[in-house]
Design a binder for this molecule. Structure first.
Ligand code: SF4
Length: 381
């Protein structure tokens, strides 16, 4: 059964959500500014992590690169290091590249319109709408996962929200909700609920409206067990009225993640270790790792030892130990990893391309995948 958009009664809930936001909004550092640089950084970070986890990343990023010029001047390794642990490293690289373009091609001036923002590397409709509305007052509705869920439930959209028809419909409804003035019956409803009738956000404060929608999805209309009993929209919400709260939004399951087996060889000698810089064509682009061999199937400890001895044929190799098997989930891949640690004498003098010898106590300076970062937090090498 599909939602009939053309026949649907479009009700305007913006004013009620706005009032809810005024009472329930969280005080967050990026809500105290309308500087497009800060909003840009916060929105990109929040695309891949929850607010509580993103907060520290945001503070660290802004402290290290306080403005677009500082970000443009930084080296790529420095930017990736600050980003370490957030995943989706292409987003950090795009931020860096876009900062350089702003400085070099736009004399440091941040684009001020949705359409110009879209020209920046890595800036898509969501980020452009967030910056254009919050910083420059442009009436562009943001549509992220939170907003999609709220709209799908409120209006009973049962097109899958991760397919083009659903994306389009949600975007249309989100934009309508932003632009239209609240209908009279909703004003009456607010009075009934003892809420002061304010001028709805409409087009007067698109940035505030967008933040209200995202916050409503993050705190009230949450994915599982939303707080319907205390919801100011419960009397109007299609999903609630039709008993479909748990069924909406509809999502088509993604492809099953592909399994990959990574074996990392930690080779140390007299306080030094070998790192390898990853290439440009696979996950974790340009990050550092311990030299790694990928296999098509699980490998035994004995096979790992044989491989380590093969790499160091003729040198002294003393095995220190193995990690337990580690399962690391990425969006489209499941990484099955193990680490083997050996003290080797001597370390390579002629290193393969991309390998470097570093003092072990400097390892924190290198951006590494979260899998390796977590491992290094759990052991002393
Ligand atoms: S009634 Fe429930 S499902 Fe509907 S908007 Fe409110 S919290 Fe979300």
């Amino acid at each position: 059964m599909y939602y009939q958009f053309a026949e649907a009664k479009i009700m305007k809930f913006g004013g009620i959500i706005q009032r809810w936001f005024e009472k329930n909004r969280r005080e967050l550092p990026w809500r105290r500014t309308s500087d497009p640089y800060n909003i840009w950084i916060s929105e990109v970070i929040l695309q891949q992590t929850r607010v509580d986890q993103g907060l520290d990343y945001y503070k660290r990023f802004i402290e290290t690169f306080p403005d677009v010029g500082a970000l443009a001047r930084a080296g790529e390794d420095e930017v990736l290091k600050i980003w370490q642990g957030l995943g989706y490293y292409s987003r950090a690289r795009n931020l860096h590249r876009a900062a350089r373009d702003i400085v070099e091609l736009r004399k440091g001036q941040f684009p001020r319109t949705y359409n110009d923002l879209l020209k920046l590397k890595g800036v898509g409709p969501y980020t452009a709408a967030a910056i254009a509305s919050i910083c420059f007052g442009e009436a562009r509705a943001v549509v992220d996962g939170n907003v999609s869920r709220v709209i799908a439930r409120l209006y009973g959209v049962d097109y899958p929200i991760n397919r083009p028809a659903g994306v389009k419909q949600i975007a249309l409804l989100a934009q309508e909700l932003m632009e239209e003035k609240m209908e009279e019956e909703m004003e009456e409803e607010m009075e009934k609920l003892s809420l002061a009738v304010h001028e709805p956000s409409g087009t007067s404060d698109p940035g505030n409206h967008n933040q209200a929608m995202m916050e409503f999805g993050a705190l009230q209309c949450i994915p599982v067990s939303p707080h319907c009993e205390e919801c100011p929209l419960a009397h109007h919400c299609n999903a609630k009225l039709t008993g479909r709260v748990e069924q909406l939004p509809v999502k088509i399951p993604g492809k099953r993640p592909v399994d990959r087996w990574f074996y990392f060889y930690i080779m140390t000698s007299n306080g030094e270790a070998i790192l390898e810089k990853r290439g440009d064509t696979d996950i974790w682009r340009s990050l550092y790792q311990f030299p790694m061999v990928e296999c098509k199937a699980p490998r035994t400890e004995q096979e790992m030892v044989e491989e380590m001895k093969g790499i160091y044929n003729g040198r002294h190799v003393s095995i220190r130990g193995f990690s337990d098997p580690i399962r690391h989930q990425l969006s489209h891949r499941t990484i099955h990893a193990r680490f083997i640690h050996a003290e080797v004498s001597p370390l390579y003098s002629d290193l393969p391309s991309g390998w470097i010898v570093i003092p072990i106590d400097q390892i924190d300076k290198y951006p590494v995948p979260r899998l390796i970062h977590r491992y290094l937090e759990s052991v002393k090498i």
